[in-house]
Design a protein around this ligand. Structure first.
Ligand code: ZN
Length: 348
């Protein structure tokens, strides 16, 4: 496991600044309108002072919380600690014992609520943070009863999840519905994904650059080449070798070379049954497909912040899956989504 730094939210017993703006009218002058002492659940402090203020412009009164304090009885620091225990895979019973080490008693439902609250904070923080390069990948996680297909979006800049959707990655319409608001809100201009048709289609519709994950590309091309090696006439084996090298090295004009190879191979149309392609025609199809998509394999070459694999997204999914295996708290999709979000972030 890598070294983790725990950055817990700061909590203060008293306000450190006066309110800036009236939540109702935006006015900027206030009178203090009394205060109350409130008990909170936190490893270090027991009580905080919360003042009320009255807006001199509109007369509206409101509470002004010290840093790390909200309406919730737990402080932000406490919520983060509970979520961290959960991320590390503690059962609720173990989590409760771990928190009692900080002098706080929390029940199962409180811990689960803290995980949810933490996910909401994370999503809010993510909400308006621009993301230029977005990694997307599908996964199956064990949900309530059965395995669910989910789509995970990761900010390739910081490697953290942006959101999780209840979406099948093979369905272009669903993928578009998932991606379009993210693209508009966050200003995404590049996606990193597998070589699936659904992603290519949606990237085209939304005017996005697409970088295909090179690990995924090499995997499927390697498989096709391996099969062709057994079936193709020996005089053409060198084309398989050269194709493999091209995919590995991704030269700028590799697509031209692929088309040259394609032209040299005679079209056979010797399928045994009408629909089955001969090995040589299969090879021709492969060469054309690679040449057509060549630009999507090498966006990373001219855009320095685009990675050449979807590894950060796979890491996030790994964390989510690890957590999803051991949790039985998912009664709804939104509960599951926030659990996965919190788990995918890990501890920062
Ligand atoms: Zn006001």
């Amino acid at each position: 496991m890598s070294i983790v730094t725990l950055q817990l939210p700061e909590v203060k017993e008293r306000e450190t600044s006066r309110p800036q703006k009236c939540p109702s009218c935006g006015g900027e002058t206030f009178q203090r309108w009394g205060g109350t002492v409130r008990e909170v659940r936190d490893p270090r402090i027991q009580k905080v002072v919360v003042y009320r203020y009255r807006c001199c412009t509109c007369g509206h009164t409101f509470r002004h919380y010290p840093p790390g304090i909200s309406q919730a009885s737990q402080t932000d620091r406490m919520q983060a600690l509970a979520a961290i225990g959960w991320i590390f895979g503690m059962s609720y019973r173990l989590g409760a014992r771990y928190l009692s080490g900080f002098g706080v008693r929390l029940g199962r439902m409180s811990i689960w609520r803290d995980v949810q609250a933490r996910a909401q904070v994370l999503e809010r923080e993510r909400h308006w943070k621009p993301v230029r390069v977005l990694g997307v990948d599908g996964a199956y996680v064990r949900g309530w009863g059965e395995t669910q297909p989910v789509l995970v979006a990761v900010d390739m800049g910081c490697g953290e999840p942006v959101t999780v959707g209840y979406v099948d990655e093979k369905d272009p319409q669903a993928v578009r519905k998932f991606l379009e608001p993210l693209v508009q809100r966050l200003g995404v201009s590049v996606i990193v994904s597998d070589d699936l048709q659904s992603y290519r289609k949606v990237a085209g519709q939304l005017d996005l650059e697409q970088q295909v994950c090179q690990f995924h590309l090499r995997r499927w091309v390697g498989k096709v080449l391996h099969e062709l090696k057994e079936t193709i006439p020996a005089e053409w084996l060198w084309v398989l070798e050269e194709t493999k090298t091209l995919v590995k090295e991704l030269p700028l004009h590799g697509d031209r070379r692929l088309l040259e190879l394609w032209r040299q191979i005679p079209e056979t149309r010797q399928g045994r049954s009408g629909s089955e392609l001969s090995p040589l025609d299969q090879l021709r199809n492969l060469l054309v497909r690679l040449a057509e998509h060549w630009a999507h394999y090498r966006v990373f070459d001219w855009q320095p912040d685009v990675p050449w694999t979807n590894n950060p997204t796979e890491q996030v999914i790994g964390k989510m899956k690890m957590r999803a295996r051991t949790v039985r708290g998912y009664n709804t999709w939104s509960g599951m989504a926030s659990g996965l979000m919190t788990a995918g972030v890990g501890v920062a």
